[in-house]
Design a protein around this ligand. Sequence first.
Ligand SMILES: N[C@@H](CCC(=O)N[C@@H](CS)C(=O)NCC(=O)O)C(=O)O
Length: 310
Amino acid sequence: MTASANDIILHQYAISPFSEKVRVALGIKQLEWYSCDQPVVMPKPELVALTGGYRKIPVMQIGADIYCDTQIILRELERRYPSPSLHEGDAKGLGWGITMWTDRVMFQAVVAIIFGGDTPIADETFIKDREKLTGRPFDVAAMKAAAPMMAEQFRAQLGWLDDQLGNGRAFLMGPKAGLSDASAYYNLAFLRWASPQAEKLIGIWPHVSKWEARVKAIGHGTVHEISRETALDIAKAATSTTTPGVAAGEPNELKEGENVVVMADDYGRDPISGTIVSASAQHIAIRRKDPRVGDVVIHFPRAGFLVMRA
Ligand SMILES: N[C@@H](CCC(=O)N[C@@H](CS)C(=O)NCC(=O)O)C(=O)O
């Protein structure tokens, strides 16, 4: 199989929980895609050639269009492959709001349980890398102190999921799996991969356990491997298919063609510079040039990202 400019390339690594969210969405939509393996720690020269400095995982590439953050990745998958929808039964708007809970509050509880647990899974290189990523000390002692409390926080949140599933529905929002399922599920998968406490915490919830098995059974669609160099060659040869234009209502009157810097508002706040191609309440796309990949258009969500005039 050779990938073309229309194919989905997911830059990821196997034990990345946020990649699991996208992999489940690819499974729900039964899509065929290419997995491009990326390192777990910096340096990631091929990834940053595509993204202009964004280093987090996953990143989706389709030709010369690059999507940073799972929110914009799932939004674009939904736009390009609307059926089956990630919003079957889901309140389309509030499904995204739910991801703000699963990706921040719930995820941070899981991180503390894993890294504050008894199994040391973080080596020196990983710790140094994550300190740079977050701009804070990777304080194992503090995480150890917090882990028991975080187990209680996580239990409370699993209780919400169990109540939601308590009326016999197969998935969180109804009979079909969607955005909320992929978003809550990856936290449980991460805990299963990395913490001996997982079964003790998850297994006590009867509805959650059955739901977890159902989401797992969805799979990841059809996946092929692609090398980093081939992915970069595809970007270089391709032209972005993004339609230019800025939707009405920009609170700060951002305009097409303006130079801006975009960065995440939480961690991994590396600034990415470019020229606005298109924007709306939910996305911003900026063009930049890179010696290895040529002209690319990089896409970010608006919620959770800051846009500043350069
Ligand atoms: N808000 C981001 C979060 C992504 C994230 O935190 N990813 C983790 C891996 S699952 C990461 O990038 N860690 C640092 C790294 O892998 O270099 C998203 O939704 O994509």
